[in-house]
Design a protein around this ligand. Structure first.
Ligand SMILES: *Cc1c(COP(=O)(O)O)cnc(C)c1O
Length: 350
């Protein structure tokens, strides 16, 4: 009987949660800003290496509890890679077939990881075809298109204690400025920023939520003008964030401010951060931190003190062939030296 299997599947996922630890909150020491503390919530330390571990877990629990999955359902997802890796992990945990529908520009390492967890990859020529192809495959295979872009915001619980916002506020408790002045996040589905924004309102804290957006993305424009037109400038060059259409999980009413970040600035920032942390992070972390540093500078100029929190979304090991390859960066992102000099000039590290 299906209900019995669903209950078994939910128990499997809950046991996996029970075995897991929370992710670290890392404090950056930046001597130039003595009274402004920047923190990084390190989501690269999840078992599947990115913040998508949380989302995938929530999407499976949501779909199971809705009765959308049984013991034979093929799970299908439209993804730029990270979500598919985490979902392949949970599909394997439950013994379900999994297919990721992705652009053929997805990083090789991500494809290998999806296959490592027993998933299959289906590539589309044009990045905007991932949605329709996923719907079509789900129909053909009587499977479930789990659809992170629609369901992320509603599948993630923002009231309880098992979400990233609650975790950040708890981990800040003993810090000099325990309630962050600012939280900064980028948007792919928009699910994480929705969770953070709802939690901030629900708890009645003073924290301002800023969302940073890369170049080839419609979110910033939509936030400013409610201009809901698709863009055809090409796929986002910062993997994991920036979308060609406004995703249903992106909720602008929760966001206090948006900042457009040049792609070259995002990449310069991950190199700069490597000097401080001693490790490589993914490109969207660069976008997040560029926004965080901009806000830190504003606070400093306004003689404000306080704390700023942003996220390490995934590790740089997935991108050694691309964002950490000088030739690739020159050909695909362009000249980043101006931004490197800007970061260096401020002498943010000693
Ligand atoms: C998905 C993703 C994001 C954005 O998170 P959302 O909750 O989907 O908005 C940022 N960075 C990486 C690496 C991602 O995979």
């Amino acid at each position: 009987m299906t209900k019995k299997w669903i209950q078994h599947a939910i128990k499997e996922i809950n046991a996996d949660i029970q075995r897991s630890a929370d992710t670290h909150l890392i404090r950056l020491n930046l001597p130039i800003f003595p009274n402004i503390h920047i923190y990084l919530k390190d989501e690269s330390s999840h078992p599947t290496g990115s913040l998508k571990h949380r989302v995938a877990r929530s999407l499976f629990l949501y779909s199971l509890s809705n009765g959308w999955i049984n013991e034979t359902t093929t799970i299908i997802e439209a993804s730029s890679g990270s979500t598919a890796i985490s979902e392949a992990y949970f599909a394997q945990l439950l013994g379900l077939p999994f297919i990721a529908v992705m652009s053929n520009c997805t990083t090789k390492r991500k494809i290998e990881l999806i296959e490592f967890y027993g998933g299959k990859c289906h590539f589309v020529e044009h990045y905007s075809e991932i949605y329709s192809k996923s719907t079509q495959l789900a129909e053909e295979l009587s499977g479930l298109y789990i659809d992170q872009f629609t369901h992320a915001e509603r599948a993630i619980d923002w009231r309880g204690t098992n979400n990233i916002a609650h975790s950040i506020f708890c981990q800040m408790a003993e810090e000099p400025y325990p309630i962050p002045q600012h939280i900064i996040m980028s948007a792919g589905t928009g699910g994480t920023s929705a969770t953070l924004g709802r939690y901030i309102i629900y708890k009645g804290v003073k924290t301002q939520l800023t969302v940073v957006d890369p170049e080839n993305s419609v979110f910033f424009d939509y936030y400013q003008n409610r201009n809901n037109q698709k863009i055809e400038t090409g796929p986002s060059r910062i993997e994991g964030i920036g979308r060609p259409r406004v995703e249903p999980s992106f909720i602008p009413s929760l966001i206090d401010r948006m900042i457009k970040v040049p792609d070259a600035a995002s990449i310069a920032t991950i190199y700069w951060l490597e000097n401080i942390l001693g490790r490589k992070v993914g490109p969207s972390t660069g976008t997040n931190l560029w926004g965080g540093l901009k806000i830190a500078k504003e606070m400093y100029e306004n003689k404000e003190s306080g704390s700023i929190v942003t996220l390490i979304c995934d590790s740089g090991e997935r991108y050694l062939d691309t964002y950490y390859n000088e030739e690739w960066v020159k050909n695909n992102i362009g000249d980043i030296s101006g931004y490197l000099a800007e970061l260096d000039n401020l002498k943010w590290y000693k």
